[in-house]
Design a protein around this ligand. Structure first.
Ligand SMILES: [Fe+2]
Ligand SMILES: [Fe+2]
Length: 263
């Protein structure tokens, strides 16, 4: 699988060496690793290498939409934009590919449609914001999807660090290989996991991790068109267009519509 090709030495060097890595939190390291894998996907899709600079001008938690080198052109959007428009013209190619593979895995393994939909949108916020993306992603989507989907997206960020054999989710080997056996998630992540574990909607977060990077086949390339009907049944499209319906997350959609606005 593609994810096995992450070079540990190069990865540590990019983060400033072993001493710098030792000061980083478990969450930050795992995010860096997954961002690098997404970066490889972006590079493969866009045919442009991700920046290798040790001190990037744009901080790593920001979404690709703020990086002109990686997103030089923004396609015009219709006045009343739909989720499909965002998939086609705003969400980054790498993230769309990642979410499609994840949703394809949910569909092929016969999961309920609510899990397919959750997989399809679970990381879309990362075009705008990578830091704490589970929490941002939940707020981003909550006005438009089943509350269990938003809840699951919020907690998938924490659950990826914790195995659940009942559904075949193992602690990712890649984390063990890259970070060693003593890799401990931060207290807020552990607390989030413990509270999610007891919640009646736990499986809505857990299935997102089951369908995530470590579960799906990196070699399939599902087509977005195959998921448009699922979006139609599971996304409350506002008639005013995303960004202009005065929902609690409308500002996030507007930021994606026009990331060049200074204020
Ligand atoms: Fe994620
Ligand atoms: Fe993901």
């Amino acid at each position: 699988m593609e994810i096995k090709q992450v070079d540990r030495r190069a990865f540590f060097k990019r983060l400033g060496g072993a001493a710098a890595v030792a000061t980083m939190s478990a969450t930050a390291l795992a995010d860096e690793l997954e961002n690098q894998m997404l970066g490889q996907l972006e590079a493969a899709v866009n045919c442009e290498p991700p920046p290798q600079d040790d001190s990037p001008a744009v901080r790593r938690g920001s979404g690709i939409i703020f990086n002109r080198e990686r997103t030089p052109e923004l396609a015009p959007m219709p006045e009343k934009a739909t989720l499909v428009d965002f998939f086609e013209r705003r969400f980054s190619d790498g993230i769309v590919q990642h979410c499609l593979r994840s949703a394809h895995h949910a569909l092929e393994s016969g999961q309920d449609e609510i899990h397919v939909m959750a997989a399809l949108v679970h990381d879309t916020i990362m075009t705008l914001m990578r830091t704490d993306h589970g929490y941002w992603g939940a707020d981003f989507l909550a006005p438009y999807v089943d509350e269990k989907i938003a809840w699951g997206i919020r907690y998938h960020q924490a659950l990826r660090f914790y195995p659940d054999e009942s559904v075949g989710y193992e602690y990712p080997d890649l984390y063990r290989e890259m970070f060693g056996e003593n890799f401990v998630p931060e207290p807020y992540i552990r607390d989030a996991y413990e509270s999610a574990r007891k919640h009646r909607w736990y499986m809505h977060a857990r299935m997102i991790t089951v369908n995530d990077t470590y579960g799906f086949d990196e070699n399939v390339n599902p087509q977005f068109d195959d998921f448009v009907d699922i979006i139609g049944r599971n996304f409350r499209q506002p008639k005013e267009g995303l960004g202009y319906d005065n929902s609690p997350s409308a500002h996030m959609w507007r930021s994606l519509l026009n990331p060049d606005r200074p204020l």
